[in-house]
Design a protein around this ligand. Structure first.
Ligand SMILES: [Ca+2]
Ligand SMILES: [Ca+2]
Length: 500
């Protein structure tokens, strides 16, 4: 189908016979792009089936006309490094951006880097960014706006309760560590404002240039506040809880704790002691359904617009989230709960209701979107175009999906296995065909690893060969090997303090 479209353009060029008109015609016929990003959304969406109770009708409807990548993984289980990777097309190991800082434009080598929207801007697109696409306010407050033509509203929580709804949380009672419902309106939420802006943009879009509209939603990032109607979808008593067997961490190495050594996100023992496991799961689900409704508002506007049939829609999340599994809440792990993300593509020439189990990386977004729009391939990006899989979902993608959380800690996923190696050389291996929850580390100390030698060799061969050290200005959730030990956020880790 893609080939057919290209041929049509060529015929048009020949018939018009005037280069400038032909060029304009080609540009005009290019598809628009609507990129929807969701923050901290794990695989608990209907298209991925990660939670049996979840209700995400808008994403289900999108999936009915999309290819859903069921084995897609982030490049880093944390906002800034994941988004930096998506937008620059480079792995964290290539930029040295592993933490919530720095903003990559502060690094001389990447200051002039052409990002995904800029690549489209350079080829005649109008580019718009609303909500959370880059982390925080990165890129928004420049004197010379360079990230896009039009900035929409920044992401925000919106209305908040007068005080936190849950008991004080460890490590500083961080204001974002909260969840529950309180009297407010959907219209008072930051994501409502972002969706309204996107709807306005679609309804008032000028037809002169194709558009690349990026819409970034904040929920289900904490604080997981939603109005009562979304909580009513998930009665607490009948809620299905994710499996979290006691002792699941007994076969993961000590260094698995180092990569989330000290966080504002409470660990499961705190959640349990404060009766917060079930309320957190419920609030997370309610937040997902609310944000799905905002996705629906934007997609409905697109469907009613003149651009319905000529717009590529892509939806992704920057990484997943633990709701108590493996003894933690939050992200910052190398297991499925943190790395597996929704990734859906719909649009002209893309079949609907199709699932693809090939390993995909969020890094692939940049070359894939460029390819789908008929733009020249971007230079120096490290992802692969998923266009072959969009045409035929059984097409083998030649690489596994690699996720990195700080230098030296990586997971590698193919269609069956997950191999993990930490900075001290310790390892895990999971057979996701029989163990999708990754409970049984097949190569824990004391187990016979020889039977997995081929798998380990093959997957470890994909571990990044060159790894940059911490970029200048790195901060927040930084793990570092130094001569005298391993440091979390500049404090030396005492291994004897690791939970067992
Ligand atoms: Ca995030
Ligand atoms: Ca286990």
């Amino acid at each position: 189908m893609f080939q057919a479209k290209t041929s049509l353009v060529l015929v048009t060029v020949v018939l018009l016979g005037v280069a400038s008109v032909a060029a304009a015609e080609t540009e005009h016929s290019r598809p628009n792009v609507l990129m929807i990003a969701i923050d901290d959304l794990n695989d608990w969406v209907e298209p991925l089936g990660g939670h049996p109770d979840v209700k995400t009708p808008a994403m289900a409807k999108l999936a009915s006309r999309a290819v859903t990548f069921t084995n897609a993984h982030c490049q880093a289980p944390l906002c800034n490094p994941s988004r930096t990777s998506i937008m620059t097309g480079l792995r964290p190991t290539s930029t040295g951006v592993y933490g919530l800082a720095p903003w990559f434009r502060t690094l001389p080598e990447f200051k002039p880097r052409t990002t995904l929207p800029q690549h489209f801007q350079n080829h005649g697109y109008q580019t718009l960014i609303g909500g959370k696409i880059f982390h925080g306010t990165y890129g928004r407050n420049e004197k010379q706006p360079m990230e896009c033509d039009v900035w929409g509203p920044a992401s925000s929580v919106g209305v908040k309760p007068k005080q936190k709804l849950i008991p004080p949380t460890p490590n500083g009672n961080h204001p974002l560590m909260d969840w529950g419902t309180f009297p407010h309106r959907d219209e008072d939420k930051g994501d409502w404002e972002v969706a309204s802006w996107a709807v306005d943009q679609i309804e008032s879009m000028q037809d002169e240039k194709p558009f690349f509209l990026s819409v970034g939603f904040f929920l289900p990032h904490v604080p997981c506040y939603a109005t009562q109607k979304w909580f009513d979808l998930y009665p607490e008593d009948s809620l299905t809880m994710p499996p979290m067997p006691t002792g699941d961490r007994s076969d993961t190495p000590q260094s698995s704790w180092y990569i989330h050594w000290n966080l504002p996100e409470p660990r499961t023992d705190w959640l349990e002691a404060n009766d917060q496991v079930r309320p957190l799961v419920r609030a997370y689900l309610a937040s997902i359904s609310f944000v799905d409704s905002q996705v629906g508002r934007v997609l409905d506007a697109l469907e009613k617009s003149p651009y319905a049939d000529n717009t590529i829609v892509v939806l992704w999340s920057d990484h997943g989230y633990h709701l108590g599994e493996k003894a933690i809440s939050g992200k910052n792990s190398l297991w499925a709960r943190s790395t597996r993300v929704p990734l859906l593509f719909a649009g002209p020439g893309i079949a609907g209701g199709v699932k693809c189990n090939q390993p995909a990386e969020l890094l692939d977004l940049y070359p894939t979107l460029a390819s789908l729009a008929g733009l020249p391939a971007p230079a120096g990006v490290e992802g692969l175009s998923l266009k072959p899989q969009l045409i035929d979902p059984t097409t083998t993608r030649e690489r596994p999906a690699i996720c990195t959380h700080n230098k030296g800690n990586h997971s590698v996923c193919d269609t069956r296995w997950r191999y993990i190696r930490y900075l001290d050389g310790s390892e895990e291996l999971y057979d996701r065909d029989v163990d999708p929850n990754e409970f049984a580390n097949l190569i824990a100390p004391g187990k016979d690893r020889t039977q997995y030698a081929e798998v380990i060799d093959r997957l470890s061969g994909w571990l990044p060969k060159q790894q940059r050290g911490l970029a200048k200005g790195s901060a927040h959730r930084i793990l570092e090997q130094r001569a005298d030990g391993i440091y979390w956020e500049n404090k030396k880790i005492d291994p004897s303090q690791a939970p067992h």
